[in-house]
Design a protein around this ligand. Sequence first.
Ligand code: NAD
Length: 438
Amino acid sequence: MDRYQSFAQSAIGRFVVGKLGLPNPHPLRRHSPDRPPLDGPVLLGGGGRLVEPVRAVLTSAGLDTAVPATDADRYAALVFDATGIDSTERLRELYDFFHPVIRKLGPCGRVVVLGTPPEQAASRIAQRALEGFTRSVGKELKRGGTAQLVHVAEGAEGGVESTLRFLLSGRSAYVSGQVVRIGAAEVERPEDWDRPLAGKVALVTGASRGIGAAIAEVLARDGAHVVCLDVPAQGAELSEVANRVGGSALQLDITSATAPGRIVDHLTQRHGGVDVVVHNAGITRDRTLGRMDAAGWDAVIEVNLAAQERVNAALVEAGALRSNGRVIGVSSIAGIAGNVGQTNYATTKAGVIGMVDQLSAELAGRATVNAVAPGFIETRMTAAVPLLIREAGRRMNSLSQGGLPVDVAETVAWFAHPASTGVTGNVVRVCGQSLLGA
Ligand code: NAD
């Protein structure tokens, strides 16, 4: 909890915050192995092709679908199958379902609207309209609530479990206002949903600290052997992370000419290949364009984009990425909205989105390619931002707080999940529905 958040939770703080209409960040309920995914029942509504498959998922995930016993009891989640909405008139069904129950949603409640990708829908208009509804609900929800729209393609009904388990739990605590696409694909169900990555090998770049270290931890928690990569100067911290997660350390600079070959050799010789590749290493060299020297431009392009492209090409060419593989990029909301002083950085982070588009098409049927786009995450990178800008970054989102590295890591773990085969070509923001950008 940051300092402002502690103040806002105190008796006097609550009074001041309420009187002045200041942001009121609610403590987020994150995943814990000792707690159920949600603290109450899920209400499932709507009448499309997903109601029954979703009901089966809720049961399999151990989520309660009982109606609350008393009026004071709250729902933990509201899930609405809107795939049946095939005309503008029928959008009224959204109002009819949500209006009576939205105020009965408990703290850190979840809203999930399920739709059909507009290009496949009988009414493209009505399905596209769901986006404005869901994003507005995300902005209206108080007390840590989140809302997402999931476009489920025809034939992908059996592939929604990993996504619903992510969205209907504390794993998605800092994800809100997102539109996710699930395509039809053969789904590999894990034997154990608590260790879905058992037997898999993951490579995480920039793993010695911050978001990369959190990604290594969460993928290892999910059962993967994690190869933790970072520059030699970070060697001590890197070994510490690798030891902690029971993985291995690979010290190299991804921009060096020999890096792609060394990565391929390491993964093929020691592990027989790799299942999950997470391109997390990234740097900033902030300056407005007129004051930026060429070295600052080049360094950011090299680390954040060019090196990743070379590593991907080498892994694919060597056949080192195993079937049902995962390539996961780390973009940024700066790559979507742009940012002052970050022309170089935003160029690379938008380029990561291009990588998702290009590679997801190239590797279709063999591997999925997605990216997370973090907003304001509490790390060393954001601790260095001047106080006022930092406070603005923290508060200017629907949850009025910064996210934690684990929030980005949980989203990466959902992409990495073997049952997420239909989840490809997505860029999901982990930004508490930041007001920056679309
Ligand atoms: P960080 O600086 O704490 O960690 C980045 C890691 O990458 C470091 O360990 C660094 O040594 C490593 N690295 C840098 N250059 C490398 C190279 N050439 N070869 C190998 N490793 C290299 O940063 P972080 O905040 O944890 O950010 C991680 C990723 O998330 C970055 O891609 C960043 O752009 C992105 N991101 C962060 C935020 C945020 O709020 N912190 C927001 C949006 C996006």
